[in-house]
Design a protein around this ligand. Structure first.
Ligand code: AFP
Length: 372
């Protein structure tokens, strides 16, 4: 990259400009998705800033509460203006939602990020139902603020990595509701292939937002001096085959046969090719981002202890599978194409194998062999 030339670039493709361009290709579009995405982008900028300041602001550490299973009521914002929730330390302390997830410890940044995203999404006026990794129940937006989209998101995935400064991220998937007058949970329990857009934002050495609105995948990097995401990775295509596999090998003793065989082949290939390298961060956004750019495969398989794997369908498996397919890769659950899955509950889990087309094809072959 020519950094000097870059510094003087005057024609910047911001994420908003890019999404508006995409919108103009669809004569029926009224700008609702563009507005919704701009609110998601704002949430990402807020979290990026909070993550950067985390050590300084003493935001890291336990929020003094453990997630409890409690139902979240219909969301009633005190003010629909997003500005009212940003950068007010007293409000940070006031974030006391009832949060979920089987007693996992809650970090302050998770709480804060969830609060910011829920408020940003509701105040966009374009959402109807929200599913967050942090909330046990779906949030039904009050009728006056409703729009036609459902958003499933994990506001801060990989949060067990916060304390050591490893990359973490936000993941989101967007669906269209079926009937605005009759909104039900069914609106978010749709197969992944019905998504209209999906993406993630990675808070790492740089802040990168990767987005697909169903027409390929594009990556944008936050320019902190401008406060804008600029297109830096146009039309991302994953290599057909990769040299990296990514999995938590600590679970190997409980794997099923196809997974064990695949990993064995990665390490000891019998076709004369070089062994693959292992890279595993333990933060899905970072592992998937590397897989998307360099190729290879990321897997979180089922095992004897967790027959459905660990990762959540609505806000981990589906958005990442959507991006993979849009970039020319594949995503497989061990039984079927991941995006064909029809979830039956909002926090459902699924095994997942995603990445380069040929690598996933190999895994599919091993499962097909076992099924014979
Ligand atoms: P945390 O949010 O608890 O850190 O979990 C992260 C995650 O959901 C996903 O981002 C990782 O890919 C996966 O879990 C890592 O799980 P293992 O620690 O079991 O490898």
């Amino acid at each position: 990259m020519d950094h000097e030339a870059d510094a003087y670039r005057t024609d910047l493709m911001t994420i908003t400009r890019h999404v508006l361009n995409e919108q103009s290709r669809n004569p029926e579009a009224r700008g609702d998705l563009t507005i919704l995405l701009s609110h998601i982008v704002l949430g990402c900028k807020f979290v990026a800033s909070a993550v950067n300041k985390a050590g300084l602001a003493k935001l890291i550490g336990l929020a003094g509460e453990t997630n409890v299973q409690a139902s979240a009521p219909a969301y009633q914002p005190s003010s629909p203006r997003l500005t009212s929730v940003i950068f007010l330390p007293c409000e940070i302390e006031m974030v006391k939602h009832s949060l979920c997830d089987q007693g996992e410890e809650q970090k302050k940044l998770d709480v804060l990020s969830n609060e910011v995203f829920v408020k940003a999404l509701v105040s966009s006026g374009r959402t109807c139902v929200l599913v967050s990794e942090e909330d046990e129940e779906a949030t039904f937006v009050e009728p006056a603020l409703r729009g036609k989209y459902c958003v499933c998101f994990d506001p801060l995935d990989g949060s067990s990595n916060i304390d050591c400064g490893v990359s973490i991220g936000t993941i989101f998937g967007i669906y269209m509701i079926k009937d605005k007058e009759n909104v039900t949970l069914e609106d978010v329990l749709q197969p992944g292939k019905n998504m209209v857009a999906a993406g993630y934002c990675m808070y790492g050495s740089s802040c990168t937002l990767v987005l697909s609105t169903g027409n390929g995948v594009n990556g944008f990097t936050l320019d902190p001096s401008l406060g804008e995401f600029i297109l830096t990775h146009p039309d991302i295509k994953i290599p057909k085959k990769g040299k990296i596999y990514s999995v938590n090998e600590g679970n190997a003793k409980n794997w099923d046969e196809p997974t064990a065989k695949f990993v064995e082949k990665c390490k000891f290939p019998k076709d004369g090719s070089s062994p693959k390298s292992l890279r595993y961060i333990g933060s899905m956004v970072a592992d998937v981002h590397r897989t998307l750019l360099y190729g290879g495969v990321f897997l979180y398989p089922a095992d004897k202890k967790s027959p459905n794997g660990k990762l959540r369908v609505l806000y981990e498996v589906f958005p990442m599978s959507f991006l993979m397919e849009q970039a020319g890769g594949q995503s497989f659950t061990g039984k079927q194409r991941a995006l064909d899955l029809v979830p039956t509950k909002i926090h459902e889990r699924s095994p997942i194998f995603l990445g380069s087309y040929e690598d996933v094809e190999e895994i599919k072959g091993l499962y097909a062999e076992q099924a014979k």
